[in-house]
Design a protein around this ligand. Structure first.
Ligand SMILES: Cc1ncc(C[n+]2csc(CCOP(=O)(O)OP(=O)(O)O)c2C)c(N)n1
Ligand code: SF4
Ligand SMILES: [Mg+2]
Length: 300
């Protein structure tokens, strides 16, 4: 039996089928649609490997599913290990198609980190995409280590006191071939990075900022604007790292005030956010990335 799916020319319209149960304004849904489009443009296809998260609820109850490709549901901690096995069989059989892990921040930053790190260390031939909604959305909105400081969640009712884990730095420390951040507010950049990942082999890690109106207590219509402000203010920088060594910044922050990002989400309370500290952190991180991109530029 083939380990991966045959090429599907209709992937743009059916990676995520209409009629799924995702909330309105869900960034994960938009991300899946953009991924399907990029796969179709590349004439490629995929098998999805998805741990416990909203993305596997999207698959629906057997025998119906919202995904138009073979989809493997895994335990929370094992998605990278399962994907590694499926990709190895694909490669041994000389089959085509991508094996893509589609995981939330809980499954990536927290409970799946051990198998993700092991797959990166072995340079497994998989694409791992984390849609980061900064919360355990599927189980009612508990904090994860991707939740930013100040966010109220069901387990941090007064605002989280710890900051957000720097997942990109953790992954690039593995010196994997490709790591990049994605924003649905920048669709051309998004598509280009998926195309880059599809054209490479080995471990590829993509981190997508994923609005979650349910968990962020934001208006569904504000989802794109929220992630746009995050990029413009330097809260969520768009950049690529090749072999853990060379850097490329894709969109320059334009000095926008991050206040607009916090104002539009009721998960943040006025007294739980230190806006001056956020502004300083944005400036410092933008400066850090500039230094890296200047000292270690990616040629080409
Ligand atoms: C070992 C284990 N612990 C807890 C759960 C319950 N659980 C299922 S999904 C989920 C949250 C997933 O969060 P995340 O990965 O960020 O995805 P999201 O729900 O936000 O899409 C939890 C805690 C589980 N399935 N397995
Ligand atoms: S809870 Fe959040 S991530 Fe889950 S489907 Fe709803 S909007 Fe999307
Ligand atoms: Mg999440």
């Amino acid at each position: 039996m083939a380990a991966t799916a045959p090429v599907n020319p209709d992937l743009e319209s059916c990676l995520l089928r209409p009629g799924n149960t995702n909330c309105g304004g869900c960034g994960m849904s938009v991300g899946l649609t953009m991924l399907g489009r990029a796969l179709a443009e590349a004439g490629d296809t995929c098998t999805l490997v998805i741990p416990a998260c909203c993305g596997i609820v999207t698959a629906g109850a057997f025998p119906t599913t919202s995904y138009g490709v073979p989809t493997i549901a895994t335990t929370f901690a094992s998605s990278s290990a399962v994907a590694s096995g499926v990709a190895s069989i694909r490669d041994l059989n000389g089959e085509t198609g991508q094996v893509i892990c589609w995981a939330g921040d809980g499954g990536t930053y927290d409970i799946g980190l051990a198998t993700l790190s092991a797959a990166a260390e072995r340079n497994e031939n998989i694409i791992y995409i984390c849609y980061d909604n900064e919360i355990y959305g599927n189980t009612g909105g508990q904090r994860s280590s991707a939740t930013p400081a100040g966010a109220t969640t069901s387990t941090t009712p007064f605002g989280k006191t710890d900051g957000k884990k720097d997942m990109m730095s953790i992954m690039t420390a593995h010196r994997l071939p490709y790591a990049a951040t994605l924003s649905m507010a920048h669709p051309k950049d998004f598509a280009k990075k998926i195309a880059t990942a599809l054209s490479m082999k080995g471990m590829r890690f993509l981190l997508m900022h994923s609005p979650c109106p349910t968990g962020w207590k934001s208006e569904p219509a504000d989802s794109i604007e929220l992630v746009r402000i995050a990029v413009a203010s330097g809260l969520f920088p768009l950049y690529e790292v090749f072999d853990g060594a060379t850097y490329r910044i894709n969109v320059e922050p334009d000095g926008s005030d991050p206040a607009g990002y916090f104002d539009r989400q009721r998960r943040f309370r006025d007294d739980s956010i230190d806006l001056d500290a956020v502004r300083s952190a944005c400036t410092a991180n933008t400066h850090r990335l500039h230094l890296l991109a200047e000292q270690f530029p990616h040629a080409g």
